[in-house]
Design a protein around this ligand. Structure first.
Ligand code: UN1
Length: 508
């Protein structure tokens, strides 16, 4: 019998009454990881009420003590690193080495924020007037609702939960349904680390229930910040909802991340970067390579290197250490990938794969390990002949599919790097520092790599995007503190008489 996952509200396990879903291993569909009881709107509302009442005492707990709790969580995650990584591989199909890396990102985030508990600096500011002191303080926002995707089922939640809690907020977290066992496992580690009852509540629910619960909590002033990582389409809806309540959410959405190959690039390095960021994690990172933009003069040389690397990549069972990527996250992602393959038209050419769409015994692939029929596996596809008005160029495809386009001038490369309207990550391969820095200046992405791939952001650099990739919010490092605190300015006047700003200043 698989375990039954329930929501965790106000320190207790709460079985939801909105039905059950089954979380399965995408590499072994017959392997049921967990049964999950889904919460209805009333159960979701209990989580917001619990968060609201627990937040006050948590905010009054000195920040260095909250930092100690984060330190304890980090130590527990470290002690359980292999078990948690094995569950990442089992529930979402990520190759084990990547799963270990994902768990390491939680540890790195805890390392960073345990120290922030002893900083959370404000400022002292000079006043226009004598006998008066000005200060700034960071104050917690209140209750944060965090809604996360399953492609980074534990690291990206930790990017939100750790700073939100450290800053003195209470949290209601809704993990991806197909990563519920991981949501439960991470919640237990936070609780074991000492997060008090009601301060972290984890609710398993479907999207429609979540949306209505957010709306109700906003209407009742029980929710002050929404953090959402997921599709641009859902991000727009959340942005609209938050905006109606005069809130700025933290939105981390899709990408169509470009990788520019200049004539002077190290082509082997560029092809290796394109392989890792285009096909690693089956192209299911928001920072995955979406479109390789290659200068005419090196187009054939780059393409042949890229195609031969993809053709020889090992794909399959994610517990096998040799695989580049395993299955897609769930059946929904395989269906959407197959729909994207249907966009391939007569002016396109598909390379790098021995087939199209799903990998099966009838549509096999050399270099496959494991049983293709057992999981949601997809052929890797490099598509050339892509045009700027193709849906393939204008949208995130989220799967093992990379578009390749050519350019003849640097200006054209910049136009193609920005023209789809996303702005998350980007990369340029060149030996010319002038081009590298001109690219940095002109690309609209929030993140730029020079001679490195588009994915693999580190846990203490600002992470986030612009345009269709997000609303300019940033996670990670000190920058995320502006998501989970608000500045309060304070003035202290000890002149003993009313001093009026702008009116009582004596010119020197
Ligand atoms: C995501 O896909 O939502 O940059 C985050 C990277 C990772 C994070 C990706 N460290 O590849």
């Amino acid at each position: 019998m698989p375990s039954l996952i329930t929501s965790y509200i106000n320190g207790k396990s709460v079985a939801g009454t909105a039905g059950k879903l089954t979380s399965t291993n995408p590499a072994q569909i017959a392997d049921v990881v967990a049964e999950v009881s889904l919460a209805n709107e009333a159960e979701f509302a209990q989580a917001f009420a619990a968060a609201k009442s627990a937040q006050k005492a948590w905010a009054q707990t000195p920040a260095p003590r909250r930092g100690r709790v984060i330190a304890a969580v980090g130590k527990l995650v470290e002690a359980n690193k292999e078990a948690l990584a094995a569950l990442v591989t089992r529930e979402v199909g990520k190759p084990y080495a990547e799963s270990l890396g994902e768990v390491q990102e939680i540890i790195d985030t805890c390392d960073f924020f345990l120290g922030e508990g002893r900083r959370l600096y404000g400022h002292t500011v000079p006043s226009e007037m004598p006998d008066k002191q000005l200060f700034t303080f960071r104050v917690p926002v209140g209750v944060a609702a965090i809604i996360t995707a399953g492609n980074f089922p534990v690291a990206v939640p930790a990017w939100y939960l750790v700073p939100a809690l450290l800053c003195g907020n209470a949290v209601v977290w809704k993990p991806a349904e197909y990563a519920s066992a991981l949501g439960d496992a991470l919640t237990r580690l936070f609780v074991a680390g000492g997060v008090p009852a009601g301060v972290l509540n984890t609710v398993h629910a479907d999207g429609a229930t979540t949306y209505r619960a957010l709306e109700a909590a906003l209407e009742q002033a029980q929710l002050q910040k929404i953090g959402f990582t997921g599709s641009t389409e859902v991000g727009r809806r959340i942005g609209e909802l938050a905006g109606r309540h005069l809130q700025t959410p933290c939105l981390e959405l899709g990408g169509k991340n470009p990788l520019v190959v200049m004539p002077d690039a190290d082509l082997d390095l560029a092809a290796e970067g394109a392989l890792f960021s285009g096909f690693g994690t089956a192209g299911q990172r928001c920072t995955s390579l979406g479109v390789a933009l290659v200068h005419d003069s090196v187009y054939d040389a780059f393409l042949s290197r890229f195609v031969s690397r993809v053709a020889s990549a090992v794909i399959g069972d994610p517990t096998n250490r040799a695989v580049l990527y395993g299955p897609l996250l769930s059946s929904r992602f395989l269906e959407s990938f197959e729909q994207w393959m249907a966009h391939i038209g007569p002016h396109h050419q598909v390379h790098g794969s021995t087939g199209r769409g799903r990998i099966t015994a009838k549509n096999p692939r050399t270099g496959f390990v494991g049983d293709p029929e057992a999981g949601y596996y997809a052929h890797p596809s490099i598509v050339t002949g892509v045009r700027a008005d193709d849906a393939l160029y204008r949208n995130e495809t989220f799967g093992p599919l990379v578009s390749v386009m050519r350019f003849s001038s640097f200006d054209e490369a910049i136009e193609l790097a920005n023209g789809h309207g996303y702005g998350l990550s980007s990369a340029i391969y060149t030996r010319n520092p002038v081009h590298a820095f001109q690219f940095r200046e002109r690309v609209s992405a929030g993140m730029v790599s020079i001679n490195n791939s588009t994915s693999g952001a580190e846990a203490h650099l600002p992470f986030g995007g612009n345009g269709k990739s997000g609303n300019g919010s940033r996670q990670s490092g000190v920058w995320v503190l502006d998501q989970f605190t608000r500045w309060q300015s304070t003035n202290w006047d000890y002149a003993g008489k009313l001093q009026k700003a702008q009116m009582d200043i004596e010119e020197p």
